[in-house]
Design a protein around this ligand. Structure first.
Ligand code: ACO
Ligand code: ACO
Length: 156
C-alpha cells in the first residue's frame, strides 16, 4: 500500500445522506442514470482528512454484484486511489457472499479497461450502442467515439 492510500478512510453513505453527485458525474455524465441506481445500491466515499477523494457504488443484483460507478477527482487521480477502491469493492462484495463482481465501461475508456484487467477483471460481453442509446450527447475519449459498453467480471 502506498503512502496516500494508507491514510484513506472509507465511509458508507448513510440512507438520506448527501449524494456526492459531483464525484459520481465524473464516471457517469447522466444524473438521471445515477438516480436510477444510487438509491438501491451501497455507496462508499473515500476521505483524506475531510476531503472526499473517491467514490464507488456497488449494486447487488440477482447473481452478481456490480460496480455501477467509480470515480476519483482529477487532482487525486494516478495515486493508487482507484486501485484501492476496486480492492475495497471486491472485499465488500465477497464479505456479503457474492462470488462474482462486474464492472462496465465504454469502448473508448482505454485507461479504465487497462486498470480493470490489470486488477483481474476479464471481458465477458459487449452491450452494443449502450452509450448512443442512453446519453443524448456524443462522447469522445482518446479520439475514439464511445458507443458500446464493455462488461468485465472477476471471480471473488
Ligand atoms: N488512463 C490511463 N491509465 C489509467 C487511467 C486512465 N484514465 N486510470 C487509471 N490508469 C492506470 C494508472 O496509470 C495506474 O497504472 P499503474 O498501476 O500501472 O501505474 C492504474 O491504472 C491504477 O491507477 P490509480 O491511480 O489507482 O487510478 P485512479 O485513482 O486514477 O482512479 C479512475 C482510476 C477511477 C478510473 C479515475 O481515473 C477516474 O475517476 N476517472 C474518471 C471517471 C471514470 O472514468 N470512472 C470509471 C468509469 S466506469 C464506471 O464507473 C463503472
Ligand atoms: N501501444 C500503445 N499505442 C500504440 C501501440 C501500442 N502497442 N501501437 C500503436 N499505438 C498508437 C500510437 O501511439 C499512435 O497513436 P497516435 O496517433 O495517437 O500518436 C497510433 O497508435 C498509430 O501508431 P503507428 O506509429 O501508426 O503504429 P505502428 O507503426 O507502431 O504500428 C503496430 C502499430 C502494427 C501494432 C506495431 O506496433 C506492431 O507491429 N506491433 C507488434 C505486432 C503487433 O502487435 N501487431 C498487431 C497484432 S493484431 C494483428 O496482427 C491482426
Amino acid at each position: 500500500m502506498d503512502q496516500l492510500t494508507a491514510h484513506l478512510q472509507m465511509r458508507l453513505l448513510e440512507k438520506g445522506g448527501a449524494v456526492p453527485y459531483e464525484l459520481l458525474l465524473l464516471a457517469d455524465p447522466s444524473r438521471e442514470l445515477i438516480d436510477s441506481y444510487i438509491f438501491d445500491s451501497t455507496c462508499y466515499i473515500a476521505y483524506l482528512d475531510q476531503t472526499a477523494v473517491g467514490v464507488y457504488v456497488l449494486q447487488e443484483q440477482a447473481h452478481i454484484a456490480e460496480i455501477k460507478n467509480i470515480a476519483v477527482p482529477e487532482q487525486y487521480q494516478g495515486k493508487g486511489i482507484g486501485k484501492y477502491l476496486l480492492h475495497h469493492a471486491c472485499r465488500m462484495a465477497k464479505e456479503k457472499g457474492w462470488s462474482r463482481i462486474r464492472i462496465g465501461t465504454g469502448n473508448s475508456s482505454v485507461g479504465q479497461l487497462y486498470l480493470y484487467q490489470q486488477q483481474g477483471f476479464e471481458m465477458t460481453a459487449i452491450v452494443k450502442d449502450f452509450f448512443t442509446r442512453h446519453y443524448p450527447d456524443p462522447i469522445y475519449e482518446n479520439g475514439i467515439a464511445c458507443k458500446h459498453m464493455v462488461l468485465l467480471e472477476k471471480i471473488l
